[in-house]
Design a protein around this ligand. Structure first.
Ligand code: 13P
Length: 248
């Protein structure tokens, strides 16, 4: 059985001082963990956090990557740049990018492809809005989002990480029930299974108000292979409690 993966998404939070305190506390607590760990930090802090994580078991991640290799794309960050700072993971298609930056399924698929080509593991985020759930469209939406990534990436799909993040559960304190989460994870697993003989290798993370109190139950579900943690990843004790809940 593969180890769980717990990844923190700091979003647009942090400062040189607070990052240092947070990462030092995580590094001190990490050796006790029985899972894979990562922190996805704002791009300007990659260099700082790379140094703070040096020699630790916690991997570095970014929150976005350009679909282009290089060139006249003001404000964008290339996968080559992420690699230079030791990034192992990169979020792609987070709902906040889809919502506020107009990222479409094809763009997300190209970003995943660019990350894979550059040696960075894309954490591909999918998830339905509340309106979509209430309209009974949850499965259609997440399958459409993942299908675009499968279509563009072919057999490389076994190298990605998927994160199911119901949009209505992000930052709201409303978590999907374990049944709701497991049901969608099973759908995504079946879709991956149809696309690659190595689907078991793919971590499918749950994200959306995961915290110290609900992590163990969510992580105990058959198809929940880890968590993508927003708010609770900014406080070392909370993030370490989630990590402690992540057993095989
Ligand atoms: P919260 O854990 O703050 O709900 O955020 C989830 C998320 O969006 C992680 O990518």
């Amino acid at each position: 059985m593969k180890k769980k993966l717990i990844a923190g998404n700091w979003k647009m939070n942090g400062s040189l001082a607070s990052n240092e305190a947070l990462v030092q506390a995580l590094v001190a607590g990490a050796p006790k963990a029985d899972c894979l760990m990562a922190v996805c930090v704002p791009a300007p802090y990659l260099a700082q956090v790379q140094k703070l994580l040096a020699g630790s078991v916690i991997a570095l991640g970014a929150q976005d990557v350009s679909q282009h290799e290089s060139g006249a794309f003001t404000g964008e960050t290339s996968v080559g740049m992420l690699r230079e700072f030791g990034a192992r993971y990169c979020l792609v298609g987070h709902s906040e990018r889809r919502q506020y930056h107009g990222e479409t399924d094809p763009v997300v698929a190209l970003k995943a492809q660019r990350a894979l080509a550059g040696g960075v593991t894309p954490i591909v985020c999918v998830g339905e809005t509340l309106a979509e759930r209430e309209a009974g469209r949850t499965e259609d939406v997440v399958k459409r989002q993942l299908a675009a990534v499968i279509h563009t990436n072919g057999h490389c799909i076994s190298e990605i990480v998927v994160a199911y993040e119901p949009v209505w559960a992000i930052g709201t304190g409303k978590t999907a029930t374990v049944e709701q989460a497991q049901q969608v994870h099973a759908v995504l697993r079946a879709q991956l299974h149809a696309a690659t003989p190595h689907s078991d290798r793919v971590h499918i993370l749950y994200g959306g108000s995961m915290n110290a109190a609900n992590a163990a139950q969510l992580l105990a579900q058959a198809d929940i292979d880890g968590g993508l943690v927003g708010g609770a990843s900014l406080k070392a004790p909370d993030f370490l409690s989630i990590i402690a809940a992540a057993r095989y």
